[in-house]
Structure formats: C-alpha cells, structure tokens
Ligand binder design. Structure first.
Ligand code: NAP
Ligand code: HSE
Length: 438
C-alpha cells in the first residue's frame, strides 16, 4: 500500500539519456511506485530549446527553460544535461536545498567531485552517479556497497565503447585507425570531434571516479596518466594477433606497495596488449567491462552496455529508486569515504611488462648490444623474436626485433627506450606497448 506522499522529480535534460528517463518514468509509473512505496511524480524537464524535436515519451507539457524553480521545488533532481556549467551550479543548488541528486555527468564529477560530495555531506543529501561510469553496468554500487568490506587491489576497465569499437574493428578487419574511426562516426558511437574518446579524456574521467571510490582516496584528474589510441597501427594489431594478444585501451587503477619508495595508488589509461583469452580480451564492439581484483573476493568481472540513451537511463532509474526509498524510509544515506587519502603516484612508479619492436641493423653483435642496453637499465628481457625483413624478395639489411620484458618500472623502461633511440644499431623503434593481465 502506498501511504507516502508523491515524490517530486525534476529532470534536467531531455537528450539521449533524459528522454529515455522521462519515458521509463512515465511508462513504469505504477511499478516504480510499488517498489518505492511512493509515487514518483515527474514535475518538470529543463531543456535549452522548447521547440527542438523530442523523442516519443517526453511529455512536452513538462518542458521548461527555467531550471531554477524546478530544482527548488523538487525532492530529487536528475541531472542529465552534461557539461560543467550550469550543471555544477544546478547540482549545488539542489543539494543545498535538501534534494538528493542523481547525475550521469562524469566530466563534472571528475573535475568538481570533491566540491559536490563535500556539499552533499555537509547538508545530509545524497549524490548518486551509477550512470557516470560504464553506462548500464552496475559498477559504482558494487564498489560503494558490495565490496565495502573488502580491499580492492586493482581495477582494469574497458570504459569507453567508442575506442573499444575502433580497436575491435582494426583487429577483426585489418582496418586502419582512420577507417575504423570513420565507421564509428557513421554508427553514431564517435562524435564529429572524436578527441574526448580517442585521446582517452573520457576514459581518464571514468578512471578517476572508479579509483577514488575503490581506494577511498581523492584522485585529481590531472594525476591520471593518459595515452589515446590514435597512434595504434595495423602492423601493431597484426603483431599482437600473431603473439596471441589483442590491443585494448584499459583504465587501470591499482595499489602500489612500498618496496620502492612511497606506497600509494596509480591511475592510468593507455593501450595495452592483453591475452586474447583474458575476460577483457573477449570484450567486442562498443561494449564495456570492468575487471576488479579484491583481496577476499578475488577476481570479478562486470560487463554490458557502456553507453546508449536507454541503457544509461536504466542506471539513472536504479539510482532514482534508491534515492526515493531513502526519502520514504528516512535516515542518512551513504557517504563516499576518502579516509585512506593515499598518494596518487606518477606513472614512473608503475610496474608492468612491455613489448618493444625495433628495426635494427642485421649485423654480428647487434643482438648482444641491444640486450646490454636493457640490462644496463635493470630491465630483464623475457622473450626475443627476430624477423628478417624482405624488400622486393631480397633479404633487407635490417631485422625486426620484438623484445618482451619481465615486469619493470615505467621509469626504467623509458630510460631503455631513450638509450635505444640513441643507439647507432637501431634504425627505428616501431612500437612500445605495455602488456597487462598476466
Ligand atoms: P544530450 O543528448 O546532448 O542531451 C543534453 C540535454 O540537456 C538536452 O536535452 C539539452 O537541451 C539539455 N541541456 C543542455 N544544456 C542545458 C542548459 N544549459 N539548460 C537546460 N538544458 C540543457 O546528452 P546525453 O547524451 O543525454 O548525455 C547526458 C549526460 O549523460 C552527460 O553528462 C553524458 O556524459 C552522460 N552520459 C551519456 C551517455 C550516452 O550514452 N549518451 C552514457 C553515459 C553517460 P536541448 O535538448 O534543448 O538542447
Ligand atoms: N563516448 C562514450 C563512450 C560514451 O564511447 O563510451 C559514454 O561515456
């Protein structure tokens, strides 16, 4: 039986995500009311332009360009406008007026999260953001609640669907980066300006949010190491396949112990070689997945649609039901804790394996010289493959060397690469890529 007063829901934005939130709220009104114990009454939808075409299911009579009175009269505010301003000011206004807020806005959380979470805590309101990372995939709530009693040691995620689609097309068709990007744009995955996706700004924002939650530590976006996929070549894809790997771009957040200096966490996003049989190696198309390692739980994998209006709306509605139940039941909600306050360490401290591909002069002693360059920097070689290049059917004067290393620090590897660049036996370095997942 529903005895609680109707809860007033304000929706900010009626684009890809907002229009689906509005439709599902309207279509599933009775079912949601039964689950929550109160009716969820959509009282208004703020947009920029009242005359823009809207998806079916958006009640046009609720549209307004005047967001402030809508926010001030709501119990729960859903922000799916995107961007920094006015989204930031609207969320602060909502929290300060006692409303709980649900947002899908990773760009805002990654840059102004501390301000927003501090405000929520001060006023006793809740800020929910399941949709901000990996769309429909439940990953925020598992980290925030289900794993709250465990100790997460590492997270590796495919958190950007556009770049996973591009790399998957390059892998399955042999296409160049440019061709695969054009396909992603034609399908609506990539924007006309694809920079945020292909240069990994989007994934870095998501990595900062996940790392902060998993390690109870504030992670400023500028401390997330970031490399995009624009330089990945078809030759690298072919070589990866030959060796049983696939190239993925991963967001990785991990604890680093104190064997070499200060303990802390490192957060990075970059292309990697990963075993084709690793659960992340099998993630195809525009799907996302997050692989979590925790001390007691062991390895966990969360997989699904990382974007899309209706898929993302599912995560928003999950948060809405949680927020609404809190209103009905009363009492304080959960606050995210940053009590651990671990240092966020630079990429130099990260230890991983590498694969380096070089064109070298094919002469006696060259292999030994290359091996010495690695050992001089304390980087241990695990595998070496040599391929003799053919030019017009003739053996060329250079050979291709593919060197796989044992785990080494990024700092040590960088100094090896510098020394190789300076070596007169090395014609060119054609690929330096980290190897993960072993
Ligand atoms: P979108 O399609 O561009 O829609 C944005 C909506 O916000 C539009 O209805 C727009 O109004 C409204 N809006 C923008 N600025 C406004 C302002 N100053 N005042 C009032 N209304 C304003 O965006 P989206 O794809 O739905 O994304 C929304 C949020 O969800 C973003 O933070 C995004 O990062 C996040 N997200 C999206 C996806 C996805 O697959 N789309 C996945 C995960 C997370 P008009 O329609 O009048 O222009
Ligand atoms: N551009 C993002 C992606 C959408 O490709 O995953 C959701 O953040």
């Amino acid at each position: 039986m529903i005895e609680y007063r109707p809860l007033r829901i304000a929706l900010l934005g009626a684009g890809s995500v907002g229009s689906q939130v509005a439709r599902l709220l309207t279509e599933n009104k009775a079912e949601l009311a039964a689950r929550v114990g109160a009716e969820l009454e959509l009282v208004g939808i703020a947009v920029r332009d009242l005359d823009s075409p809207r998806n079916a299911g958006v009640p046009r009579e609720l549209l307004t360009t005047d967001a402030e009175p809508l926010i001030l009269g709501a119990d729960i505010v859903i922000e799916v406008m995107g961007g920094i301003e006015p989204a930031r000011s609207y969320i602060l206004q909502a929290l300060n007026s006692g409303s709980d807020v649900i947002t899908a806005n990773k760009a805002l959380l990654a840059t102004h999260g501390t301000e927003l979470f501090d405000t929520a805590e001060q006023v006793g309101a809740q800020l929910y953001y399941e949709a901000a990372v990996a769309g429909a995939i439940p990953i925020i709530r598992p980290l925030r609640e289900s794993l709250a009693g465990d100790k997460v040691t590492r997270i590796m995620g495919i958190v950007n669907g556009t770049t996973n689609y591009i790399l998957d097309r390059m892998d399955s068709t042999g296409a160049s980066f440019e061709t695969a990007l054009a396909e992603a744009q034609a399908l609506g995955y990539a924007e006309a300006d694809p920079t945020a996706d292909v240069e990994a700004f989007d994934a870095a924002q998501k990595a900062a949010i996940l790392a902060s939650l998993a390690f109870h530590t504030e992670v400023p976006l500028e401390k997330v190491y970031r490399e995009g996929i624009t330089k990945i070549t078809p030759e690298q894809i072919v070589a990866a396949k030959r060796d049983g790997y696939v190239i993925k771009i991963l967001a990785i957040a991990e604890r680093i112990d104190d064997t070499e200096g200060e303990a802390g966490i490192a957060v990075r996003v970059h292309p990697v070689l990963i075993d084709r049989n690793h659960p992340l190696g099998a993630v195809r198309g525009a799907f996302n997945a997050v692989f979590v390692e925790a001390e007691a739980a062991g390895e966990l994998m969360f997989y699904g649609a990382g974007a899309g209006g209706v898929q993302t709306a599912s995560a928003v509605l999950g948060d809405l039901v949680s927020a609404a139940k809190r209103h009905v039941a009363g009492g304080p909600g959960l606050a995210d804790s940053v009590h651990a306050n671990l240092p966020v360490l630079p990429i130099d401290r990260v230890q991983t394996r590498y694969q380096i591909t070089l064109e070298v002069t094919d002469q006696p002693g060259v292999l030994a010289k290359i091996a010495n360059t690695f050992s001089a920097k304390q980087v241990s070689i695990e595998t070496v493959e040599q391929y003799v290049s053919q030019i017009s059917g003739k053996r060329s004067k250079t050979a291709t060397l593919e060197v796989g290393t044992h785990a080494a620090t990024d700092a040590a590897l960088s100094s090896v690469v510098k020394a190789l660049e300076a070596s007169d036996s090395v014609e060119s370095i054609t690929s330096v890529i980290r190897v993960e997942g072993i």
